[in-house]
Structures are given as structure tokens and as C-alpha cells.
Design a protein. Structure first.
Length: 234
């Protein structure tokens, strides 16, 4: 009989994520091992706007699209979450309905845990501070995105999102051009033309439901203090 590896051993990169910073290694392992891995080979709805949730999720591998539907039926893509990011935490702690819908992209693995786990760890001062830092990061991200949408050209917004949605270790963006157009607030035809130009220059490779970044420097991604960041339109 094959022994199944614990979550903390299967996904060691999740040790030290923002939510768990300041905790001992044993506490971090216990937290991750209390989560249940769930793999999604196709798109799947994890959290639904206006509905309650009995737990929360951490991205172990892949990407999750976070979207908001307004009262007039307009759909906005707020963010595309990557490994280590947590979602449903605020709703789980507050017992309030989900503020947005979270949909996994194909080939994504999530860690799911009940609200009770987060409530238990939220009693620790380090975790309270970590949750506040996560919320602060979301505020900064939303402010930066609003500035990009208001003041940058469509071309600059595309370069911005190509950097944000990929990493040097994972250059593939598993998102359709239609999704990307929604995220940017422009037409799919415009995105298609811009990606074709980038492909012709050897900067990206475009496939069905996938965009592979071949030259990060050309689209404005730079290294800063050892971490991947980006310069819009740089």
C-alpha cells in the first residue's frame, strides 16, 4: 500500500506563505496538513458571489480568476490569483456572503480547509497581523489596477498583465484571449492583434487557451530585490 505524502511535504513551497509567516515550522506544517488538496483539470467554480462558504482556499498550483458581477450584469475580472494566495478567508471569518466569484483555470490544485481551522489559527497574534497584511496587499493591488485602467494605454495594460499572470518558473498563462480582454476592459479582437504583434517579434507564443512568455525583459518584467515584479509598459 502506497503511503500518501502529507500536504506540507507535497507542496513545500507553501511553507512561509504570507498567512503563515512568523509561525514555527511545526505550526505551519500542521496548518497545511489540515487542508485537503483538490485538483481541477478543467475550469471549476470554487466560490460564488453572494453565496456563503463553509471554508477557504489556498492556491497550491495553477491560477484562479476572481470576478465580480454588478447589478446590471457587467462582469469584471478583479484579479488572477497564483500559488500561495488565499481566498474566501474574509468571508469565512466574517460569516458573510462571498464578495466575488472564484473560478479555477485548467490544471489547478487548491488546498481547501474548513472555517474552523482559520478561526483556530486566527487566535495567534502573528496570524492576525498576517491577515491584516494580506488585506493591505489587496488594497494596494486594487489601487494600482485602478491607476493602470485609468491612465495607461491598452498596450501598456496588456504588458502589465502578461507580467503579472506569469513567472520565470511558469511562463505559461493559461487564460483565453476572451478572459484577458475582460481583464483589460477591451475587445478580444484588440487583444488578438496585440498578441499577434508580440508573437511576430518573438516575445510570446500563442496557443489555444495558453500564452507562453518567451522574453520577459521585452514586455517590461524586471527583477527587483530578488523578486519578480513588473514595470507597466517598461
Amino acid at each position: 500500500m502506497t503511503t500518501r505524502l502529507k500536504v506540507s511535504a507535497t507542496y513545500p513551497d507553501l511553507m512561509g506563505i504570507c498567512l503563515l509567516k512568523g509561525l514555527s515550522e511545526d505550526e505551519q506544517r500542521a496548518f497545511l496538513d489540515a487542508c485537503t488538496p483538490r485538483h481541477y483539470s478543467e475550469e471549476a467554480t470554487l466560490l460564488t458571489q453572494s453565496e456563503h462558504t463553509s471554508g477557504f482556499y489556498i492556491v497550491a498550483r495553477g491560477r484562479v480568476v476572481i470576478s465580480f458581477l454588478d447589478v446590471e450584469g457587467n462582469l469584471s475580472v478583479i484579479h488572477v490569483a497564483g500559488p500561495g494566495e488565499i481566498m474566501g478567508d474574509v468571508e469565512a471569518l466574517s460569516d458573510m456572503p462571498c464578495a466575488a466569484t472564484c473560478t479555477s483555470l485548467p490544471d489547478t490544485t487548491m488546498l481547501y480547509a474548513p472555517t474552523s481551522l482559520l478561526l483556530d489559527y486566527a487566535q495567534k497574534p502573528q496570524v492576525i497581523r498576517n491577515i491584516a497584511r494580506i488585506l493591505h496587499g489587496r488594497l494596494v493591488r486594487d489601487n494600482e489596477n485602478r491607476a493602470v485602467e485609468q491612465f495607461q494605454t491598452v498596450d501598456a495594460r496588456l504588458l502589465n498583465y502578461l507580467c503579472v499572470l506569469s513567472t520565470p518558473d511558469d511562463p505559461d498563462i493559461r487564460i483565453s484571449q476572451a478572459h484577458l480582454a475582460t481583464l483589460m476592459g477591451c475587445s478580444r479582437q484588440k487583444v488578438n492583434r496585440m498578441l499577434k504583434d508580440l508573437a511576430d517579434s518573438g516575445t510570446v507564443e500563442v496557443g489555444r487557451g495558453r500564452i507562453r512568455i518567451l522574453d520577459r525583459k521585452s514586455i517590461g518584467c524586471v527583477l527587483e530585490e530578488g523578486e519578480e515584479t513588473y514595470v507597466v509598459g517598461g
